[in-house]
Design a protein around this ligand. Sequence first.
Ligand SMILES: [Cu+2]
Length: 290
Amino acid sequence: MIGKRCLVILFGALLAGLGFACGAQAQQQKTPIIGIPHDWQMGFAGPYTPVMAKLESLHDLLLVIITLISIFVLALLLYVVWRFHASRHPTPTTTTHNTVLEIAWTIIPILILVVIAIPSFRLLYFGDKAQDAAMTIKVTGHQWYWTYEYPDQGNFAVDSRILPEADRVKLKPDQPRQLAVDEEMVIPANAVVRIIGTAADSMHGWTVWGFGIKKTVIPGRLNEGWIQVPKEGIYFGQCSQICGNAHAYMPIAVRVVSKDEFDKWAAEKKKAAGLMPATSVASAAPPANR
Ligand SMILES: [Cu+2]
């Protein structure tokens, strides 16, 4: 009887342990991935977006092409050094032209450039404009912080500043020093987000590693790009355009969350900004002058 009870208790403890382990795992899965460079990293960060995936494959193609060209040129040089050495070739040749050779060394490089240009232009146009964007975020670069406006989410804005150095002891594990900010850009996972960028003072560069986006933002102009990040997590970037003495201290942090979490966050920001929900704005609007 006692043995049976012991067995039941043991089984219960085992189940509880399993449940705890699963809970811990679920908790662990919720921990955001941090898109930051790591020690001994060899390749690019990511790819975290479709543009970056295509950018990486273009890079790989170019790496193959330039490696083959470099090996070919090196082999030619070594052959010339060996073949036309004074000991093997005492009387220099008087040849000045070779039509076949000249056509070949004009046509082949043109073909190589065309092979490079086709995927390059395709990628340029792919990353240029968002197709069927779910939302738009306007990025404004300031000396030395970023403002993110959400015009189609109630038109609220957040200012994103680096967390001060003095506070680094308080930084959480997902807040790397010199990269963590007080207000991240928050976007829903999988959504196509159109980024339009401008600057308020000098030029800045909105660049996030692994996103394949590097938008130079210029006062008086709007530059467009887009991102679509399937994986939830926090991703980091930095200003990539020298913009003054705190250029190194205006990092970029993008938090990718579920749609529900994003809606909750947007509602909070709207409330904090004193903005009414879209429906009451429409009903409360004064009649238009006719
Ligand atoms: Cu800068």
